[in-house]
Design a binder for this molecule. Structure first.
Ligand SMILES: *Cc1c(COP(=O)(O)O)cnc(C)c1O
Length: 392
């Protein structure tokens, strides 16, 4: 290990200080080290459709995408993304100017923050945050302003949102369905948020990677609402929708000037990525509706399986309307600190989970919340529930 300082200055710059290692890496390493069941990180333990995986193999064999693909993404994938948005939501996108393929949603989020923010701008985002939001806002030199989602429903308080808007507010960073709470914004909430964005002339970046994983109600893109198209960057990804989180194919969508801005940052982050996978994802997006309905039904059943197991084990369970995750409260066990609980959990009963407390700026708000992922095989969920019953 080298010195942590040089010329009397810390190596890690001030913007990134305190960001540390992501909680997912820390808890997944703990799962590997202890052999515990990993319900921490949100990745499925069954790979996505065979036809889609075969399409990637075929693309590599046939020489599609083995060399740098075009900067905005291959035309086949951009067309498939535009068709998906029209088919699902009635949104019209020009695949040549309104769609940008990225290295997962993660890069789309980073490029959006780097492109759209000036140092000193304020970004309002729901807390608990998906952890890359805080880092990307920090890298852009901007300031995050949390809007706290509170148990048991985790619905945003829209009067509180209005109160957080200042003349420095530049952007609302939305996430629906929301990780980690599973909250899904309703049409009324989306309309109210859109009205605030229009009234205050704000940009909106919306992370919709769980758009197909909604178990109650439906997903509605805010970009479809009046006045929103010209101010909204919508982000999604193949990872969650096709159970292929390692492929890292994501996309940003919006009016041409917004996408051009995001592309300016993206081209100097990765330039391009995932060549052959882009061909396969173009095919995946054209899977029949039955695939998407099947995925949703399957995960809804897993949600219910794990929720029942967690309740039986003594957790307070906040059933999610979407995503891969169930947020619980550990107060019924007399526990006071989710982080300490999660560090001890593998030794206590052979299960790994993630403390939601690390996703809040307000240390009190999520102090006793623990998140479990249910995107796992049924037998794994049943075994985890069995083990957790030993906590008592
Ligand atoms: C998983 C996840 C991402 C990252 O998506 P990638 O396509 O893997 O980069 C972004 N946002 C949320 C809310 C997520 O849960």
């Amino acid at each position: 290990m080298g010195s942590l300082e040089t010329s009397g200055r810390p190596l890690l710059n001030r913007r990134l200080a305190g960001l540390g290692t992501t909680i997912f890496a820390e808890m997944s390493a703990l799962a590997t080290a202890t052999g515990a069941i990993n319900l921490g990180q949100g990745f499925p333990d069954t790979d996505g459709p065979e036809a889609v995986r075969e399409a990637a193999v075929r693309a590599i064999r046939e020489g599609h995408g083995n060399q740098y693909p075009p900067g905005p993404g291959i035309p086949e994938l951009r067309a498939a993304i535009a068709d998906h948005q029209r088919h699902r939501y009635g949104l019209e996108l020009d695949p040549d100017t309104d769609v940008l393929v990225t290295a997962g949603a993660t890069e789309a989020i980073a490029a959006s923050m780097l492109a759209l923010l000036e140092p000193g701008d304020e970004v309002i985002a729901f807390e608990p945050f998906y952890d890359s939001y805080a880092a990307c806002i920090a890298m852009a030199g901007a300031t995050r302003v949390p809007l706290t989602l509170r148990a048991p429903t985790f619905r945003p308080d829209l009067d509180e949102l209005r109160g957080k808007i200042t003349d420095r507010t530049r952007l609302l960073l939305l996430n629906t369905p929301h990780n980690p709470t599973g909250m899904v914004l309703t049409p009324d909430e989306l309309a109210a948020i859109a009205a605030l964005a229009v009234e205050h002339d704000l940009l909106v970046v919306t992370d919709e990677v769980y758009e197909h994983l909604v178990y109650e109600g439906a997903h509605h893109p805010i970009a479809a609402l009046p006045g929103m198209r010209e101010r909204t960057v919508s982000i999604s990804s193949a990872g969650k929708t096709f159970s292929l989180t390692g492929w890292k194919v994501g996309w940003a969508m919006g009016d041409a000037p917004l996408v051009a801005a995001v592309r300016t940052a993206k081209q100097f982050l990765t330039y391009v990525s995932s060549g052959p996978f882009q061909y396969a994802v173009a095919e995946a997006l054209r899977l029949p509706d039955a695939y998407f309905a099947g995925l949703r039904a399957d995960l809804r059943r897993k949600r219910d399986l794990l929720a029942d197991g967690l309740r039986a084990a003594g957790f307070e369970v906040y059933p999610p309307d979407g995503t891969y995750f169930i947020t619980t409260d550990i107060a019924p066990f007399g526990e006071k600190d989710a982080y300490a609980f999660c560090r001890a959990l593998p030794a206590r009963c052979g299960v790994v989970a993630v403390p939601n407390s690390v996703f809040y700026d307000d240390p009190e708000a999520g102090r006793t919340q623990v998140r479990f992922a249910f995107c796992k095989r049924d037998d794994v969920l049943a075994e985890a529930a069995d083990r957790l019953r030993g906590l008592g």
